[in-house]
Write a protein that binds this ligand. Sequence first.
Ligand code: ATP
Ligand code: MG
Length: 440
Amino acid sequence: MTNDLLPDDIAQRRPCGSIGPGDDGGTVVVAGFVEDLRNLGNIAFLTVRDRSGKVQLTLLKKKMPELFALASSLSRESVVAATAKVQRSEKANAGFELLPSQLRLLGAAESPLPLGPADAVGVEVETALNNRFLDLRRPQTMAVFLCRAAILRGVREQLQQEDFIEVQTPKIVATATEGGAGLFPMQYFERKAYLNQSPQLYKQILMASGLDRVWEVGPAFRAEEHNTTRHLNEFTSIDIEMAYADDEAVMGVLERVLQAAMRSLNEHAPDALRTLGVTLVPPQLPLPRITYDHCRALAAKRDITVAFGEDLSMEVLRAIADELPDLYFITRWPSAAKPFYIRPVPDSPQHSFAFDLQYREKEITSGGQRVHDVGMLQQRLLDQGLDPEAFAYYLKAFRYGMPPHAGWGLGADRLTLILTQRENVRECVLFPRDRERIVP
Ligand code: ATP
Ligand code: MG
Protein backbone atom coordinates (compact mmCIF):
# COMPACT_ATOMS: atom_id res chain seq x y z
CA MET A 1 0.00 0.00 0.00
CA THR A 2 1.45 3.35 -0.92
CA ASN A 3 1.37 6.37 1.32
CA ASP A 4 -0.16 9.30 -0.50
CA LEU A 5 1.84 11.84 1.53
CA LEU A 6 5.33 10.71 0.64
CA PRO A 7 6.97 9.68 -2.63
CA ASP A 8 7.43 5.90 -2.98
CA ASP A 9 11.20 6.17 -3.06
CA ILE A 10 11.54 8.48 -0.02
CA ALA A 11 13.24 5.74 2.02
CA GLN A 12 16.22 6.05 -0.33
CA ARG A 13 16.60 9.73 0.52
CA ARG A 14 20.19 10.90 0.59
CA PRO A 15 21.47 13.83 2.69
CA CYS A 16 22.07 16.71 0.27
CA GLY A 17 25.58 17.20 1.59
CA SER A 18 26.50 13.57 0.86
CA ILE A 19 26.01 13.90 -2.90
CA GLY A 20 29.00 14.83 -5.02
CA PRO A 21 30.45 14.71 -8.54
CA GLY A 22 31.43 11.11 -7.76
CA ASP A 23 27.73 10.20 -8.01
CA ASP A 24 27.76 11.22 -11.68
CA GLY A 25 25.28 9.18 -13.69
CA GLY A 26 23.44 7.81 -10.62
CA THR A 27 19.90 8.54 -9.48
CA VAL A 28 19.29 10.03 -6.04
CA VAL A 29 16.32 11.03 -3.92
CA VAL A 30 16.61 14.30 -2.01
CA ALA A 31 14.19 16.24 0.17
CA GLY A 32 14.40 19.52 2.00
CA PHE A 33 13.56 23.21 2.04
CA VAL A 34 13.52 25.40 -1.05
CA GLU A 35 16.25 27.90 -0.40
CA ASP A 36 16.18 29.71 -3.70
CA LEU A 37 14.59 29.63 -7.13
CA ARG A 38 16.03 31.32 -10.19
CA ASN A 39 13.74 31.20 -13.19
CA LEU A 40 15.53 32.28 -16.37
CA GLY A 41 12.59 31.64 -18.72
CA ASN A 42 13.62 28.34 -20.30
CA ILE A 43 15.71 27.04 -17.48
CA ALA A 44 15.21 27.21 -13.72
CA PHE A 45 17.57 26.47 -10.84
CA LEU A 46 16.14 25.28 -7.58
CA THR A 47 18.33 25.12 -4.49
CA VAL A 48 17.20 22.57 -1.90
CA ARG A 49 18.70 22.46 1.57
CA ASP A 50 18.66 19.93 4.38
CA ARG A 51 20.74 19.83 7.54
CA SER A 52 23.72 18.35 5.74
CA GLY A 53 24.02 20.89 2.92
CA LYS A 54 22.49 22.00 -0.38
CA VAL A 55 21.97 20.73 -3.91
CA GLN A 56 20.97 22.50 -7.09
CA LEU A 57 18.21 21.07 -9.25
CA THR A 58 18.25 22.17 -12.86
CA LEU A 59 14.92 22.14 -14.73
CA LEU A 60 14.54 22.61 -18.46
CA LYS A 61 11.16 23.96 -19.54
CA LYS A 62 11.14 22.12 -22.87
CA LYS A 63 12.05 18.73 -21.47
CA MET A 64 9.86 18.78 -18.37
CA PRO A 65 7.14 21.43 -18.74
CA GLU A 66 5.12 20.17 -15.75
CA LEU A 67 8.04 19.98 -13.35
CA PHE A 68 9.23 23.34 -14.59
CA ALA A 69 5.84 24.89 -13.87
CA LEU A 70 5.70 23.33 -10.41
CA ALA A 71 9.21 24.48 -9.56
CA SER A 72 8.48 28.00 -10.78
CA SER A 73 5.46 28.23 -8.48
CA LEU A 74 7.30 27.21 -5.29
CA SER A 75 7.61 29.69 -2.46
CA ARG A 76 10.86 29.94 -0.52
CA GLU A 77 11.23 27.47 2.36
CA SER A 78 8.55 25.12 1.04
CA VAL A 79 9.34 21.43 1.52
CA VAL A 80 9.96 19.38 -1.61
CA ALA A 81 11.20 15.93 -2.56
CA ALA A 82 12.85 15.06 -5.85
CA THR A 83 14.17 12.04 -7.67
CA ALA A 84 16.99 13.17 -9.89
CA LYS A 85 19.95 12.15 -11.97
CA VAL A 86 23.37 13.38 -10.88
CA GLN A 87 25.32 15.11 -13.62
CA ARG A 88 28.85 16.38 -13.34
CA SER A 89 28.95 20.05 -14.32
CA GLU A 90 31.75 22.57 -14.68
CA LYS A 91 29.31 25.47 -14.39
CA ALA A 92 27.66 24.48 -11.10
CA ASN A 93 29.47 25.63 -7.97
CA ALA A 94 29.41 22.19 -6.39
CA GLY A 95 30.80 20.54 -9.54
CA PHE A 96 27.51 18.75 -10.23
CA GLU A 97 23.82 19.41 -10.69
CA LEU A 98 20.69 17.32 -10.32
CA LEU A 99 18.29 16.74 -13.21
CA PRO A 100 14.96 15.78 -11.64
CA SER A 101 12.62 13.24 -13.13
CA GLN A 102 10.14 13.74 -10.27
CA LEU A 103 9.43 16.71 -8.04
CA ARG A 104 6.80 16.81 -5.30
CA LEU A 105 5.64 19.64 -3.11
CA LEU A 106 5.24 18.14 0.38
CA GLY A 107 4.59 21.27 2.46
CA ALA A 108 4.06 24.77 1.10
CA ALA A 109 5.50 27.77 2.97
CA GLU A 110 3.47 30.93 3.37
CA SER A 111 5.05 34.24 2.50
CA PRO A 112 6.37 36.59 3.60
CA LEU A 113 8.57 34.60 5.97
CA PRO A 114 8.94 35.99 9.51
CA LEU A 115 12.67 35.32 9.18
CA GLY A 116 14.68 34.53 6.05
CA PRO A 117 16.89 31.49 6.75
CA ALA A 118 18.97 32.15 3.64
CA ASP A 119 19.36 35.89 4.17
CA ALA A 120 22.92 37.07 4.53
CA VAL A 121 22.04 39.62 7.22
CA GLY A 122 22.18 38.66 10.88
CA VAL A 123 19.01 38.11 12.89
CA GLU A 124 18.14 39.83 16.18
CA VAL A 125 18.13 37.40 19.11
CA GLU A 126 14.46 38.19 19.81
CA THR A 127 13.40 37.52 16.20
CA ALA A 128 15.46 34.36 16.14
CA LEU A 129 13.92 33.03 19.37
CA ASN A 130 10.38 34.01 18.35
CA ASN A 131 10.81 31.97 15.16
CA ARG A 132 13.18 29.29 16.37
CA PHE A 133 12.10 26.62 13.86
CA LEU A 134 12.99 28.97 10.99
CA ASP A 135 16.09 30.25 12.75
CA LEU A 136 17.28 26.65 13.01
CA ARG A 137 17.22 26.42 9.23
CA ARG A 138 20.12 28.91 9.23
CA PRO A 139 23.36 26.93 9.05
CA GLN A 140 24.95 28.89 11.94
CA THR A 141 22.10 28.14 14.32
CA MET A 142 21.81 24.54 13.19
CA ALA A 143 25.55 24.13 13.75
CA VAL A 144 25.28 25.10 17.43
CA PHE A 145 22.74 22.34 18.08
CA LEU A 146 24.64 19.75 16.07
CA CYS A 147 27.60 20.65 18.29
CA ARG A 148 25.48 20.41 21.43
CA ALA A 149 24.39 16.90 20.45
CA ALA A 150 27.99 15.89 19.75
CA ILE A 151 29.09 17.28 23.13
CA LEU A 152 26.42 15.30 24.98
CA ARG A 153 27.28 12.20 22.98
CA GLY A 154 30.91 12.48 24.10
CA VAL A 155 29.86 13.06 27.71
CA ARG A 156 27.57 10.01 27.71
CA GLU A 157 30.10 7.74 26.06
CA GLN A 158 32.80 8.67 28.55
CA LEU A 159 30.56 8.19 31.60
CA GLN A 160 29.27 4.87 30.30
CA GLN A 161 32.82 3.77 29.61
CA GLU A 162 33.71 4.60 33.22
CA ASP A 163 30.84 2.39 34.39
CA PHE A 164 28.46 5.13 35.54
CA ILE A 165 24.77 4.17 35.63
CA GLU A 166 22.26 6.55 34.04
CA VAL A 167 19.43 7.57 36.38
CA GLN A 168 16.50 9.98 36.45
CA THR A 169 15.57 11.79 39.64
CA PRO A 170 12.31 13.67 40.32
CA LYS A 171 11.83 17.24 39.21
CA ILE A 172 8.80 17.83 41.43
CA VAL A 173 10.02 18.03 45.00
CA ALA A 174 8.83 19.01 48.46
CA THR A 175 11.90 20.93 49.65
CA ALA A 176 14.59 23.14 48.26
CA THR A 177 18.01 21.65 47.54
CA GLU A 178 19.89 24.49 49.14
CA GLY A 179 17.45 26.81 50.82
CA GLY A 180 14.48 28.73 49.53
CA ALA A 181 15.97 31.31 47.19
CA GLY A 182 15.54 30.76 43.50
CA LEU A 183 12.76 28.20 43.83
CA PHE A 184 9.73 27.96 41.57
CA PRO A 185 6.72 26.96 43.67
CA MET A 186 3.91 24.97 42.12
CA GLN A 187 0.52 23.76 43.15
CA TYR A 188 0.57 19.98 43.70
CA PHE A 189 -3.06 19.09 44.31
CA GLU A 190 -3.74 20.31 47.87
CA ARG A 191 -0.08 20.88 48.65
CA LYS A 192 2.68 23.19 47.68
CA ALA A 193 5.62 21.70 45.80
CA TYR A 194 8.61 23.03 43.89
CA LEU A 195 10.48 22.46 40.68
CA ASN A 196 13.85 20.99 41.55
CA GLN A 197 16.91 23.25 41.38
CA SER A 198 19.35 20.36 41.12
CA PRO A 199 19.40 16.55 41.47
CA GLN A 200 21.94 16.96 44.30
CA LEU A 201 20.03 15.44 47.21
CA TYR A 202 18.60 12.55 45.21
CA LYS A 203 21.87 11.56 43.60
CA GLN A 204 23.42 11.54 47.08
CA ILE A 205 20.59 9.37 48.42
CA LEU A 206 21.44 6.93 45.62
CA MET A 207 24.95 6.59 47.02
CA ALA A 208 23.29 4.71 49.90
CA SER A 209 21.62 2.34 47.43
CA GLY A 210 24.58 0.48 46.02
CA LEU A 211 24.31 2.27 42.66
CA ASP A 212 27.79 3.53 43.39
CA ARG A 213 28.34 5.64 40.26
CA VAL A 214 25.37 7.50 38.82
CA TRP A 215 24.90 10.15 36.19
CA GLU A 216 21.95 12.14 34.97
CA VAL A 217 21.30 14.63 32.22
CA GLY A 218 18.14 16.48 33.08
CA PRO A 219 16.43 19.81 33.58
CA ALA A 220 17.03 22.06 36.57
CA PHE A 221 14.88 25.05 37.43
CA ARG A 222 16.00 28.24 39.13
CA ALA A 223 14.20 31.51 39.60
CA GLU A 224 17.35 33.51 38.88
CA GLU A 225 16.83 37.12 39.85
CA HIS A 226 19.38 38.48 37.43
CA ASN A 227 19.07 38.49 33.68
CA THR A 228 22.53 37.53 32.37
CA THR A 229 24.01 35.93 29.26
CA ARG A 230 24.88 32.78 31.24
CA HIS A 231 21.80 32.16 33.40
CA LEU A 232 18.46 30.69 32.36
CA ASN A 233 15.51 29.69 34.51
CA GLU A 234 15.46 26.20 33.05
CA PHE A 235 18.78 24.63 32.17
CA THR A 236 20.19 21.20 31.49
CA SER A 237 22.42 19.82 34.18
CA ILE A 238 24.89 16.99 33.68
CA ASP A 239 25.40 15.43 37.10
CA ILE A 240 27.50 12.64 38.50
CA GLU A 241 27.83 11.21 41.98
CA MET A 242 30.46 8.62 42.82
CA ALA A 243 30.94 6.50 45.94
CA TYR A 244 34.36 5.72 47.44
CA ALA A 245 35.67 8.86 45.79
CA ASP A 246 37.12 12.18 46.88
CA ASP A 247 37.22 15.55 45.14
CA GLU A 248 40.35 14.61 43.16
CA ALA A 249 38.72 11.46 41.80
CA VAL A 250 35.68 13.28 40.45
CA MET A 251 37.81 16.12 39.09
CA GLY A 252 39.59 13.42 37.10
CA VAL A 253 36.26 12.17 35.74
CA LEU A 254 35.34 15.73 34.81
CA GLU A 255 38.59 16.29 32.94
CA ARG A 256 38.09 13.12 30.93
CA VAL A 257 34.46 14.00 30.24
CA LEU A 258 35.54 17.40 28.97
CA GLN A 259 38.18 15.90 26.75
CA ALA A 260 35.69 13.34 25.45
CA ALA A 261 33.21 16.13 24.63
CA MET A 262 35.86 17.92 22.58
CA ARG A 263 36.98 14.74 20.82
CA SER A 264 33.37 13.94 20.00
CA LEU A 265 32.88 17.42 18.55
CA ASN A 266 35.91 17.03 16.31
CA GLU A 267 34.80 13.56 15.29
CA HIS A 268 31.04 13.95 14.89
CA ALA A 269 30.53 17.64 14.13
CA PRO A 270 33.56 18.85 12.14
CA ASP A 271 31.38 20.62 9.56
CA ALA A 272 29.35 22.37 12.25
CA LEU A 273 32.57 23.54 13.93
CA ARG A 274 33.78 24.88 10.59
CA THR A 275 30.48 26.71 10.05
CA LEU A 276 30.99 28.37 13.43
CA GLY A 277 34.65 29.12 12.76
CA VAL A 278 35.74 27.16 15.83
CA THR A 279 38.98 25.20 16.11
CA LEU A 280 39.14 22.96 19.17
CA VAL A 281 42.30 21.65 20.68
CA PRO A 282 41.53 19.28 23.58
CA PRO A 283 43.49 20.46 26.64
CA GLN A 284 46.45 18.71 28.22
CA LEU A 285 45.50 16.89 31.41
CA PRO A 286 45.59 17.37 34.29
CA LEU A 287 44.09 20.85 34.22
CA PRO A 288 45.70 23.30 36.62
CA ARG A 289 44.31 23.36 40.17
CA ILE A 290 44.43 26.81 41.69
CA THR A 291 43.29 27.32 45.24
CA TYR A 292 40.79 29.91 46.30
CA ASP A 293 43.42 31.43 48.56
CA HIS A 294 45.83 31.76 45.65
CA CYS A 295 43.16 33.58 43.62
CA ARG A 296 42.66 35.95 46.55
CA ALA A 297 46.41 36.57 46.71
CA LEU A 298 46.53 37.31 42.98
CA ALA A 299 43.67 39.79 43.45
CA ALA A 300 45.46 41.39 46.42
CA LYS A 301 48.51 42.00 44.20
CA ARG A 302 46.19 44.14 42.10
CA ASP A 303 44.85 45.95 45.16
CA ILE A 304 41.55 44.09 45.00
CA THR A 305 40.46 42.86 48.41
CA VAL A 306 38.42 39.67 48.55
CA ALA A 307 37.40 38.92 52.13
CA PHE A 308 37.81 35.24 53.06
CA GLY A 309 34.46 33.57 52.47
CA GLU A 310 33.39 35.89 49.68
CA ASP A 311 32.66 34.49 46.23
CA LEU A 312 35.20 35.24 43.49
CA SER A 313 33.19 37.50 41.22
CA MET A 314 33.61 37.53 37.46
CA GLU A 315 35.16 40.99 37.83
CA VAL A 316 37.83 39.66 40.17
CA LEU A 317 38.56 36.68 37.94
CA ARG A 318 38.74 38.94 34.90
CA ALA A 319 41.18 41.22 36.71
CA ILE A 320 43.58 38.33 37.38
CA ALA A 321 42.89 36.54 34.08
CA ASP A 322 46.39 37.06 32.68
CA GLU A 323 47.79 34.96 35.54
CA LEU A 324 45.30 32.17 34.94
CA PRO A 325 44.97 29.61 32.15
CA ASP A 326 41.74 29.36 30.09
CA LEU A 327 40.53 26.16 31.72
CA TYR A 328 41.30 25.60 35.38
CA PHE A 329 39.92 24.39 38.67
CA ILE A 330 39.48 26.65 41.66
CA THR A 331 39.85 24.36 44.70
CA ARG A 332 39.59 24.50 48.48
CA TRP A 333 36.77 27.02 48.65
CA PRO A 334 35.78 28.46 52.03
CA SER A 335 33.18 26.20 53.67
CA ALA A 336 30.94 29.20 54.28
CA ALA A 337 30.77 29.99 50.55
CA LYS A 338 29.63 26.50 49.61
CA PRO A 339 26.50 24.43 50.31
CA PHE A 340 25.99 22.43 53.51
CA TYR A 341 26.71 19.08 51.83
CA ILE A 342 30.34 19.98 51.01
CA ARG A 343 32.94 18.38 53.29
CA PRO A 344 35.18 20.73 55.31
CA VAL A 345 38.94 20.02 55.29
CA PRO A 346 39.58 18.24 58.65
CA ASP A 347 42.67 20.20 59.72
CA SER A 348 41.37 23.52 58.36
CA PRO A 349 37.57 23.38 58.59
CA GLN A 350 37.06 26.90 57.28
CA HIS A 351 38.26 25.42 53.97
CA SER A 352 36.37 22.73 52.08
CA PHE A 353 36.79 20.04 49.43
CA ALA A 354 34.74 22.08 46.97
CA PHE A 355 35.92 22.92 43.48
CA ASP A 356 34.67 24.85 40.50
CA LEU A 357 35.76 24.32 36.93
CA GLN A 358 36.25 27.62 35.17
CA TYR A 359 36.57 28.71 31.59
CA ARG A 360 38.21 32.08 32.04
CA GLU A 361 35.85 34.04 34.31
CA LYS A 362 32.87 31.76 33.67
CA GLU A 363 31.98 28.89 36.00
CA ILE A 364 30.97 25.70 34.20
CA THR A 365 30.97 23.12 37.00
CA SER A 366 30.69 22.98 40.78
CA GLY A 367 31.53 19.87 42.72
CA GLY A 368 33.26 18.45 45.72
CA GLN A 369 33.59 15.74 48.25
CA ARG A 370 30.45 15.44 50.36
CA VAL A 371 29.81 15.23 54.06
CA HIS A 372 28.73 11.66 54.72
CA ASP A 373 28.53 11.79 58.52
CA VAL A 374 24.92 12.45 59.49
CA GLY A 375 25.81 14.40 62.66
CA MET A 376 28.06 16.74 60.75
CA LEU A 377 25.42 17.15 58.04
CA GLN A 378 22.83 18.21 60.61
CA GLN A 379 25.27 20.71 62.07
CA ARG A 380 26.13 22.08 58.63
CA LEU A 381 22.41 22.55 57.88
CA LEU A 382 21.95 24.48 61.12
CA ASP A 383 25.09 26.56 60.45
CA GLN A 384 23.59 27.61 57.14
CA GLY A 385 20.25 28.52 58.68
CA LEU A 386 18.41 25.51 57.26
CA ASP A 387 15.97 23.27 59.11
CA PRO A 388 17.18 19.64 59.39
CA GLU A 389 13.51 18.55 59.78
CA ALA A 390 12.84 19.59 56.18
CA PHE A 391 15.71 17.37 55.06
CA ALA A 392 14.67 14.30 57.08
CA TYR A 393 14.14 12.11 53.99
CA TYR A 394 17.67 12.98 52.84
CA LEU A 395 19.35 12.56 56.24
CA LYS A 396 17.73 9.14 56.62
CA ALA A 397 19.86 7.81 53.77
CA PHE A 398 22.97 8.63 55.79
CA ARG A 399 21.94 6.58 58.85
CA TYR A 400 22.05 3.02 57.53
CA GLY A 401 25.44 2.75 55.85
CA MET A 402 26.53 5.53 53.53
CA PRO A 403 29.84 5.31 51.68
CA PRO A 404 32.02 8.42 51.36
CA HIS A 405 31.24 10.05 48.03
CA ALA A 406 31.85 13.01 45.76
CA GLY A 407 30.31 14.47 42.62
CA TRP A 408 29.68 17.46 40.42
CA GLY A 409 27.11 19.32 38.32
CA LEU A 410 28.08 20.59 34.91
CA GLY A 411 25.83 22.99 32.97
CA ALA A 412 25.26 21.51 29.50
CA ASP A 413 24.19 24.89 28.18
CA ARG A 414 27.24 26.70 29.50
CA LEU A 415 29.50 23.93 28.25
CA THR A 416 28.00 24.34 24.78
CA LEU A 417 28.33 28.12 25.05
CA ILE A 418 32.04 27.80 25.75
CA LEU A 419 32.89 25.05 23.29
CA THR A 420 31.01 26.70 20.41
CA GLN A 421 32.38 30.11 21.40
CA ARG A 422 28.98 31.81 21.44
CA GLU A 423 28.24 34.90 23.50
CA ASN A 424 24.85 34.21 25.02
CA VAL A 425 23.59 30.98 26.56
CA ARG A 426 20.26 31.61 24.82
CA GLU A 427 22.02 30.76 21.55
CA CYS A 428 22.73 27.27 22.89
CA VAL A 429 19.24 26.34 24.12
CA LEU A 430 16.47 25.53 21.65
CA PHE A 431 13.67 27.22 23.58
CA PRO A 432 15.25 29.24 26.38
CA ARG A 433 13.33 30.24 29.48
CA ASP A 434 14.37 33.58 30.91
CA ARG A 435 12.77 36.38 32.93
CA GLU A 436 10.64 37.44 29.96
CA ARG A 437 10.30 34.37 27.83
CA ILE A 438 8.20 31.24 28.21
CA VAL A 439 6.90 31.15 24.60
CA PRO A 440 7.69 29.46 22.27
P1 ATP B 1 26.52 30.78 39.09
O1 ATP B 1 27.36 31.16 40.28
O2 ATP B 1 27.23 30.94 37.79
O3 ATP B 1 25.15 31.36 39.11
P2 ATP B 1 25.95 28.44 40.59
O4 ATP B 1 27.19 28.27 41.40
O5 ATP B 1 24.74 29.03 41.20
O6 ATP B 1 26.29 29.20 39.22
P3 ATP B 1 25.67 25.58 40.67
O7 ATP B 1 24.56 25.43 41.63
O8 ATP B 1 27.05 25.38 41.14
O9 ATP B 1 25.54 27.01 39.97
O10 ATP B 1 25.31 24.66 39.39
C1 ATP B 1 26.26 23.87 38.70
C2 ATP B 1 26.40 24.31 37.25
O11 ATP B 1 25.13 24.44 36.63
C3 ATP B 1 27.02 25.67 37.07
O12 ATP B 1 28.42 25.61 37.12
C4 ATP B 1 26.53 26.07 35.70
O13 ATP B 1 27.27 25.45 34.67
C5 ATP B 1 25.14 25.49 35.68
N1 ATP B 1 24.12 26.50 36.04
C6 ATP B 1 23.76 26.89 37.28
N2 ATP B 1 22.77 27.80 37.23
C7 ATP B 1 22.50 28.00 35.92
C8 ATP B 1 21.55 28.81 35.23
N3 ATP B 1 20.69 29.57 35.88
N4 ATP B 1 21.53 28.76 33.88
C9 ATP B 1 22.40 27.96 33.22
N5 ATP B 1 23.29 27.16 33.81
C10 ATP B 1 23.36 27.17 35.14
MG1 MG C 1 28.51 26.80 41.48
